[in-house]
Design a protein around this ligand. Structure first.
Ligand code: PGA
Length: 257
């Protein structure tokens, strides 16, 4: 079964809404129909730019998906500063990052919190991108697979098979994020395959075949083709390089395979 690659650009805490519009316009100009036919291409701006980018995508019928970087697990309530899944749905957001390593390390997102978010995103009809990955020390200690297995199992707790098949897992080794260090394509392939194996154990082979597993961590124009050419790697979650329209477009083109 062939899975459509998903290339997502996580802009993190960069770009105000005017800069966001300019970047999406440049990106749309750089992409060809063959690129958006071959892969699902998604931009993940900060909350403050979602409305502007959503309006631009809708108004110009751009072949781009829209994602959010996080959300709360409740639909509404006294959660000052938080954004709920239904609010994102109203803005035509269809993907939400859950458990990005920066959320886990800097904002206290535990596996349990991440699982609540995954379930809330699914319940709202959007696709979670469940982010998992080991730290440098964990890899050195030979625990990379065990750490990632625990994160995948916890992230999917209480998710039924039909919904699990629709989701995306992003394998992002923490030591590769924003560092310029990339996993070798062999390691990325092996770890994405291991994530798929865990999904197969939790559900069945059919779900494992459908779930998309991306690699993330210093994906650049120079290494994208090698990473995306691997059979277990169903796309990329791109941070830094997604802030440059031309670089991101080159990465998207590398997904034509
Ligand atoms: P990076 O970030 O591409 O800048 O390493 C990846 C991510 O955090 O998703």
């Amino acid at each position: 079964m062939s899975r459509t690659p998903l290339i997502a650009g996580n802009w993190k805490m960069h770009l105000d809404h005017l800069e966001a519009i300019a970047l999406v316009q440049r990106l749309a100009y750089s992409l060809e129909p063959a690129d958006t036919d071959a892969a699902d291409i998604v931009v993940v701006p900060p909350f403050t730019a979602l409305r502007s980018v959503s309006t631009l995508i809708e108004g110009d019928r751009l072949p781009l998906g829209l994602g959010a970087q996080d959300c709360h697990w409740e639909s509404a309530g006294a959660y000052t500063g938080a954004i709920s899944p239904p609010m994102l749905v109203k803005l035509r957001v269809s993907y939400v990052l859950c458990g990005h390593s920066e959320r886990r390390a800097l904002f206290g997102d535990t596996d349990e919190v991440v699982n609540r978010k995954v379930r809330a995103v699914l319940a709202a009809g959007m696709t979670p991108i469940l982010c998992v990955g080991e730290t440098d020390e964990q890899r050195e200690a030979g625990d990379a697979e065990a750490v990632v297995t625990t994160q995948v199992r916890a992230g999917l707790s209480g998710v039924d098979a039909a919904r699990a098949a629709t989701l995306v897992v992003a394998y992002e080794p923490v030591w590769a994020i924003g560092t310029g260090k990339t996993a070798t394509s062999d390691d990325a392939d092996a770890m994405c395959g291991s994530v798929r194996g865990v999904v197969g154990e939790l559900y069945d082979g059919g779900v494992a075949e459908r779930v998309r597993v991306q690699y993330g961590g210093s994906v650049k124009p120079g290494n994208a083709a090698d990473l995306l050419g691997r059979p277990q790697v169903d796309g990329a979650l791109v941070g830094g390089a997604s802030l440059d329209a031309e670089d991101f477009a080159v990465i998207c083109k590398a997904a034509r395979r």
